[in-house]
Design a protein around this ligand. Structure first.
Ligand SMILES: [Zn+2]
Length: 157
């Protein structure tokens, strides 16, 4: 079940304020480019996966099983975001209410780039699989540096 796009697709012809979602405050879109062959996660990427899966949530055991075999099969040339090739045994699918989960892991990194502009790093789960690391700054400018995870906060739902 995929329902994360419904809200954005609705046409609003009233003057009532529309709640701002994370997708609406992005000005720079990603441009995933294939990595052939898929590679191991680097230390920065591995730290993100490990820390964002560190808090308990219903699909955590399955996610940890997937995390052990993740490979990067696409990268964004404009930012540090990466996409995963994930191998999951049937008992390693991340489920929610019996359905394959679509959404983000319950913890996120929140930090500020060198110029003080906030950024966030999210771990997306699609169709029950760890899918990609989404790193984005608020506003139109690219990252000044790859986020320093040591200075970022892990914020959990
Ligand atoms: Zn990007």
């Amino acid at each position: 079940m995929r329902d994360d796009g419904d809200q954005a697709d609705k046409i609003d012809d009233t003057n009532e304020p529309i709640p701002v979602t994370k997708d609406q405050i992005r000005f720079v879109t990603h441009d995933p480019q294939p990595v052939v062959p898929p590679r191991e996660l680097n230390a920065w990427e591995r730290t993100i996966v490990d820390r964002l899966l560190s808090a308990p949530f219903p699909g955590r055991q399955a996610a940890l099983g997937q995390a052990a075999t993740l490979r990067v099969d696409a990268e964004c040339p404009r930012c540090p975001s990466v996409w995963f090739r994930t191998e999951a045994a049937p008992d390693e699918l991340i489920l929610s209410g019996g359905e394959r989960y679509w959404g983000i892991a319950p913890c996120e990194f929140h930090g500020r780039d060198l110029d003080g502009v906030p950024y966030q790093i999210l771990l997306h789960i699609e169709d029950g699989l760890l899918a990609w690391i989404d790193a984005f700054r608020f506003g139109p400018e690219p990252f000044l540096q790859r986020p320093d995870l040591a200075t970022a906060d892990v914020v959990c739902a």
